[in-house]
Design a protein around this ligand. Structure first.
Ligand SMILES: Cc1cc2nc3c(=O)[nH]c(=O)nc-3n(C[C@H](O)[C@H](O)[C@H](O)COP(=O)(O)OP(=O)(O)OC[C@H]3O[C@@H](n4cnc5c(N)ncnc54)[C@H](O)[C@@H]3O)c2cc1C
Length: 316
């Protein structure tokens, strides 16, 4: 067999963009392996989801009608059962919060080599996967061994599949054991807190370059002088220096201000995913090779502890 099985994703009744992206990634791979592309649609309104996912390039859609929201146990059992039935060459899963929850468990149970966060791949009798490391500074190509492989794909790397397909849609009986000890009782959004940064026109965002929590006062002075909105990269939130509602990026908020001033932020893909739609991007960083400069319209290579006081003086 040389088929590809791609797992789709939904949240609160809506298919997520990555579901259409795994179709494009899966089709590309299935063309290379010379097999069919199968999609797994697990939980939620599976029939409506399957209709929506029936896009160009999809050969088969298998629905597992069990539960509403994402549930680790249901997902793992459903994928394991589908894999046993279809025996695909490659199992593709989103490199999302959900995907990273179940993919290692699935790979472990199926005894598959797993490569996460793929940004590209190539199949030529064997599978090679491209992934980035060290904040996108290094690109690695991984030759994946084993008879069968599992890969999680980074979101927004493949285009979203379009067109109307002609897939065979069928319900799959995965024989799910629901008595696993875990129950999903609901879905709660993290509160938006005091400020909704996704509404801001001018954002000043601070990253790990700030070094210490006390130094944030310097950035607050700049925010005040410019009447901007304060945001940050994830480490600042992880350190507890700013609340979660200020985090920009893949696991934070997506922002599209007129101006995004990134100070001491390297420009990791997970951060860029949340701010690349800004009209004008300005970066301050001591490292001239920081990836943030690749997307910045204006850049200042310099020490923020020198640059920011000068900016405050200018604005005042
Ligand atoms: C699943 C997943 C989800 C993630 N989600 C997010 C997310 O939503 N948002 C997010 O931001 N990250 C996210 N990350 C983390 C992300 O990979 C990076 O680790 C993070 O963005 C790095 O933050 P940073 O740029 O502040 O820190 P670093 O990468 O450490 O960069 C600090 C930068 O500051 C510069 N610097 C140091 N000193 C100075 C100075 N004195 N003056 C000027 N510049 C200086 C350095 O040159 C460096 O470029 C996620 C990671 C994973 C795996």
């Amino acid at each position: 067999m040389s088929d590809v099985l791609a797992v789709t994703e939904h949240r609160r009744g809506e298919l997520r963009d990555v579901s259409y992206e795994v179709i494009s990634a899966g089709r590309e791979l299935a063309d290379a392996t010379g097999g069919d592309l199968h999609l797994a649609v697990i939980s939620g309104d599976v029939e409506a989801f399957a209709d929506d996912l029936d896009r160009e390039g999809v050969d088969y859609i298998h629905t597992v009608d069990e539960g509403e929201e994402f549930n680790h146990d249901i997902c793992v059992q459903a994928i394991e059962a589908l894999h046993a039935e279809l025996d695909p060459q490659v199992l593709l899963m989103p490199n999302s919060v959900n995907g990273l929850d179940y993919a290692p468990a699935v790979a472990n149970r199926l005894d598959l080599p797993l490569v996460t966060d793929a940004v590209d791949f190539n199949y030529d009798g064997g599978l090679t996967v491209t992934r980035e490391m060290y904040g996108s500074k290094v690109e690695t190509t991984v030759e994946v061994g084993g008879d069968r492989q599992a890969v999680t794909v980074r979101d927004a790397e493949w285009p979203q599949a379009e067109g109307v397909g002609d897939a065979e849609i069928s319900a799959f009986d995965a024989d799910i054991d629901t008595d696993t000890g875990s129950t999903v009782t609901g879905f709660e959004e993290v509160g938006s807190g005091d400020v909704d940064i996704s509404e801001a026109d001018f954002i000043i965002s601070i990253g790990r370059g700030i070094e210490e929590e006390e130094n944030l006062d310097l950035i607050r002075d700049l925010v005040e002088a410019t009447d901007a909105t304060l945001a940050s990269s994830r480490p600042i939130v992880d350190n507890g220096w700013l609340p979660k509602n200020r985090q920009v990026g893949q696991s934070g908020k997506v922002v599209t201000p007129d101006v995004y001033l990134a100070i001491g932020i390297s420009g990791a893909v997970q951060h860029v995913a949340g701010m690349k739609g800004s009209d004008t991007i300005i970066a301050v960083n001591t490292d001239p090779n920081a990836p943030i400069f690749d997307i910045a319209d204006y850049g200042i290579v310099g020490d923020l502890f020198e640059v920011v006081p000068e900016l405050i003086e200018e604005f005042e």
